[in-house]
Design a protein around this ligand. Structure first.
Ligand code: GCO
Length: 478
C-alpha cells in the first residue's frame, strides 16, 4: 500500500497512515438514541431488560439515553468538527419493524434516511451496523436467537434497510459481536434478554452466524457494489502459566471467543475442539446441512472490536473474572465455566480491562496469518475512565488519549508489516448507555452532561481531531 504524504503530513513525520485510511468513531442505536416509544418504534429486548430490577446498575435505562434521535443534526456537526471521515452507527430493528417482521415503520426508516443524508452533507461516510443487540421483543417472545426462525427474520429486516439505504450507504456490517449477543444474552444473563441457558446460548451463537450469512446473501442480491463485513470482538488470549491446565484454558477461551466465529464466517466450519468442549451441552443437530456454506458467504471486509487481552488459568478454584460483572450474572463461558481470568499486571481501565496494545498486534497479525486476506477495520477501540469535568468546562482525559495513541501506534506497526488494516473507529464518539453498567462508564471522546444533554469535547477528542488532520501521529510517543 503506498503512503503518499501530503504537505500537512510532512510537517510532523511521526507515524503517517496510508492515504485513504478511514478515521472514524462508533456508536450504537440503543446506547444513544433514546426516543424508545417515538414515531412507532417497537419494544426491544433491552427495553424489557432495563425495566426488570437488578439488570442495570442504579436501575438506569436508555429511554432517553443521550437523546440522539432528537439531536442527531447537532451530533453530526460535532463529527464534522472532529474531521471524521466515517461514522459507524447501528439501525434499531424495532424502529424499522416494530414486531420484528412484517409491517415496516416508515417513520423509523425516515430517521435513518435523514441521518445518512446529514452525514453525507458533511462528507462523512455512513457505516451501518444492522444489529447491535436490540432484538424486537416480539421475536424474543417467539424464541429469540435460540430459534432458527430469528435468523430468517433478520435477513428480511436486512433486505428492508439495505433496500432503503443501499443507494447512499456503501459500507455495511451485519451483526455486532455475536459472542456478546449469544453468551451475555443467553448464558450469563448479564445482557438482554437475561437468560441463563448455556445449551441454547450455543444455538443462539450459531443462529447469529446464520443470520449474518443470510443477510449477506440477501444484500448481495440488492446492491452488488455494497461493501459488507462481519463484526467480531476479538481478544488476545494467554495462559497464566505454561502448565497444561492453563494452556488448555487458553485454547478453550480462544475457541469460544475468537475461533467459533472467525472459523465460521471466514472458513465455513466450526472448530472441532470447540464443538467437543460443548458436546456435553448440545450435539451438533442445531447445525443444519448447508448452514456453514451460508455463514461463510464471501465478505468485502472484516470489522474487529478490540479492547484487551485475556490471561486465563485452568487451575482449580481460579474462576474469577478479570472484570467484575456489573450485576448478578452467571458465566458466559459455556462448557468452560471453571476457567479463571487473572490480571496480567497491566494498567486497567475503569472497566477493569487491561490496557494491552500488543494484544491488538497479536490479533491483527494472526488474522493476516490464519484467515483469508480481506480489508480489516478496527470498528471499536477505546476505554472508559472516570472523567472529571473541570470548572472551566474541560475534560483532561489523559489516559484515554494515551490508550488510543497506544493502539493507533500498533495499527501503524501492523500496516507497516503488511496487515491490510484500512481504518479505525474510536469507541465511542460520545459518552452513552454502557449496557448493564448504565451511565457510570464513560467511553466517549465527547463528554455528555446527562441532565443537560450538553456535549463537551474531551481533550482526547481534540487530540483525535488533530491526529486525523495530520493523517497520523505526530512525532515520538509523548
Ligand atoms: C461492545 C459493544 C459496545 C460497548 C463497548 C464498551 O463492544 O461491547 O459493541 O456497545 O459499549 O464495547 O463495552
Amino acid at each position: 500500500m503506498t503512503t503518499q504524504k501530503t504537505d500537512t503530513q510532512l510537517e510532523a513525520p511521526g507515524l503517517v497512515f496510508p492515504t485513504g485510511f478511514v478515521w472514524g468513531s462508533a456508536t450504537s442505536a440503543y446506547q444513544i438514541e433514546g426516543a424508545v416509544s417515538t414515531d412507532g418504534r417497537g419494544r426491544s429486548i433491552w427495553d424489557t431488560f432495563v425495566s426488570q430490577p437488578g439488570h442495570v446498575v442504579n436501575g438506569e435505562h436508555a429511554d432517553v439515553a443521550i437523546d440522539h434521535y432528537n439531536r442527531y443534526r447537532d451530533d453530526v456537526r460535532l463529527m464534522a468538527d472532529l474531521g471524521l471521515s466515517a461514522y459507524r452507527f447501528s439501525v434499531s430493528w424495532p424502529r424499522i419493524q416494530p414486531l420484528g417482521s412484517g409491517a415496516i415503520n416508515t417513520k423509523g426508516l425516515d430517521f435513518y434516511k435523514n441521518l445518512v443524508d446529514e452525514l453525507l452533507s458533511y462528507g462523512i461516510d455512513p457505516w451501518i451496523t444492522l444489529y447491535h443487540w436490540d432484538l424486537p421483543q416480539a421475536l424474543e417472545d417467539a424464541g429469540g436467537w435460540p430459534s432458527r426462525d430469528t435468523s430468517k427474520r433478520f435477513a428480511d429486516y436486512a433486505t428492508v434497510v439495505h433496500g432503503a439505504l443501499g443507494d447512499r450507504v456503501q459500507n455495511w456490517s451485519t451483526v455486532n459481536e455475536p459472542w456478546c449477543a449469544a453468551y451475555l444474552g443467553y448464558a450469563s444473563g448479564e445482557h438482554a434478554p437475561g437468560r441463563r441457558e448455556p445449551a441454547l446460548a450455543i444455538h443462539a451463537a450459531h443462529h447469529l452466524n446464520l443470520a449474518h450469512g443470510l443477510a449477506v446473501q440477501a444484500m448481495r442480491a440488492q446492491h452488488a457494489d455494497s461493501r459488507i463485513g462481519g463484526c467480531v470482538n476479538l481478544y488476545a488470549v494467554t495462559p497464566a502459566t505454561e502448565s497444561e491446565a492453563d494452556q488448555d484454558a487458553a485454547r478453550r477461551i480462544d475457541g469460544l471467543q475468537n475461533r467459533f466465529f472467525l472459523d465460521a464466517i471466514m472458513h465455513g466450519r466450526y472448530p472441532d475442539d470447540v464443538l467437543a468442549d460443548l458436546s456435553h451441552l448440545t450435539g451438533p443437530e442445531f447445525i443444519e446441512d448447508g448452514d456453514l456454506a451460508v455463514i461463510a458467504a464471501p465478505l468485502d471486509m472484516l470489522l474487529i472490536n478490540y479492547y484487551s487481552r485475556f490471561t486465563v488459568s485452568g487451575a482449580p478454584g481460579g474462576a474469577q473474572s478479570a472484570a467484575a460483572a456489573p450485576t448478578d450474572s452467571g458465566s458466559p463461558w459455556v462448557g468452560s465455566e471453571h476457567i479463571g481470568f487473572v490480571n496480567g499486571g497491566r494498567p486497567v481501565t475503569s472497566m477493569g480491562w487491561e490496557v494491552d496494545g500488543t494484544g491488538l498486534y497479536e490479533v491483527l497479525t494472526r488474522l493476516a496469518r490464519e484467515y483469508p486476506a480481506i480489508p480489516l477495520y478496527i470498528s471499536e477501540n477505546g476505554a472508559a475512565y472516570d472523567d472529571v469535568l473541570t470548572e472551566d468546562g474541560a475534560v483532561h482525559d489523559v489516559e484515554r488519549r494515551a490508550f488510543i495513541e497506544t493502539h493507533l501506534r500498533v495499527c501503524h506497526q501492523a500496516i507497516e508489516g503488511g496487515v491490510p488494516l484500512q481504518g479505525y473507529f474510536a469507541w465511542s464518539l460520545m459518552d452513552n448507555f454502557e449496557w448493564a453498567w448504565g451511565y457510570g462508564k464513560r467511553f466517549g471522546l465527547v463528554y455528555v452532561d446527562y441532565s443537560a444533554q450538553t456535549r463537551i469535547l474531551k481533550d482526547s477528542a481534540l487530540w483525535y481531531a488533530e491526529t486525523i488532520r495530520h493523517g497520523g501521529l505526530r512525532g515520538p510517543a509523548e
